[in-house]
Design a protein. Structure first.
Lengths: 143, 120
């Protein structure tokens, strides 16, 4: 996918059975979450956003599971694991509305309420590939 | 399938894995199980110098042909003792194994499988 236009190309000789689903999920995503994180932590442009990739892969695997398709997925392992951890504190519905509908503020508020931690600290660590710090902020309880 | 295709796919696997960016050194040896026994055209194995991670790459004649084999290998090996995973990318199948108790090994397996999948 080329962001932000979200044109999709799939190479006929590459990828796996779930590739088209992953790229298709990107197509349905709101640009709000991705653009804000890229502009804030990666200096803008068309770079990769770890939370966006993690959520894309999360909903890809959900679609594959619920569709009974049985495709093995290994893409975006760190981003996917981070989102899996996030789901222990933030409900799917909040994540889905942030990702597909652009209701990003609600996700930030839910994160702060459930973890007692600052969203910006989490997002900064996640987008700087510091998964250890990011994941620890999901686990930690407010004092 | 020509020798050129096999050579191209071998090269593509190495490019995807980008082993040079890892702190770990690797040596190449013959794939285990052998490629022919899995219906593949060719294959090779990469072993981390500390012997913690073993990564077998197989090249098939057609796109996605290695999917079922990867799943079968995972089913056979995954368990209390070993952490195993597989992924495909076009004609390539990658099967990776480490000791289940090795956190670093598990992270490396996930990272390498993600890399071979192509960082979609």
């Amino acid at each position: 996918v080329n962001q932000p236009q979200r044109h999709i190309w799939i190479h006929k000789d590459r990828g796996g059975p779930g590739t088209a689903i992953h790229e298709g999920v990107h197509k349905y995503a709101s640009p709000v979450l991705r653009d804000e994180l890229i502009n804030t932590y990666r200096g803008g442009g068309a770079g990769v956003c770890n939370l966006d990739e993690g959520l894309t892969e999360f909903f890809t695997r959900l679609a594959i599971t619920r569709g009974g398709l049985g495709y093995q997925r290994r893409s975006c392992p760190n981003q996917f694991a981070a989102v899996k951890r996030l789901t222990t504190k933030v409900p799917y519905s909040v994540l889905a509305r942030a990702y597909f509908d652009g209701e990003f503020t609600a996700l930030k508020q839910e994160f702060a309420t459930k973890t007692g931690n600052n969203w910006d600290d989490y997002a900064k660590a996640l987008e700087e590939n510091d998964y250890g710090t990011a994941n620890a902020l999901v686990k930690r309880k407010a004092p | 399938v020509s020798d050129d295709v096999v050579a191209t796919e071998r090269s593509r696997a190495r490019q995807l894995l980008d082993l040079g960016q890892l702190a770990t050194g690797w040596r190449e040896e013959a794939a285990v199980p052998g490629p022919a026994s899995l219906g593949a055209l060719d294959g090779f194995r990469l072993v981390s110098v500390d012997e913690d991670v073993r990564l077998s790459i197989y090249i098939y004649g057609e796109w996605g042909q290695g999917v079922d084999t990867g799943a079968a290998l995972e089913d056979m090996v995954n368990g209390d003792r070993y952490y195993a995973g597989s992924t495909i990318n076009g004609r390539l199948l990658c099967f990776a194994v480490t000791n289940a108790e090795s956190e670093r090994g598990r992270q490396l397996v996930d990272q390498l499988l993600g890399a071979l999948a192509g960082w979609e």
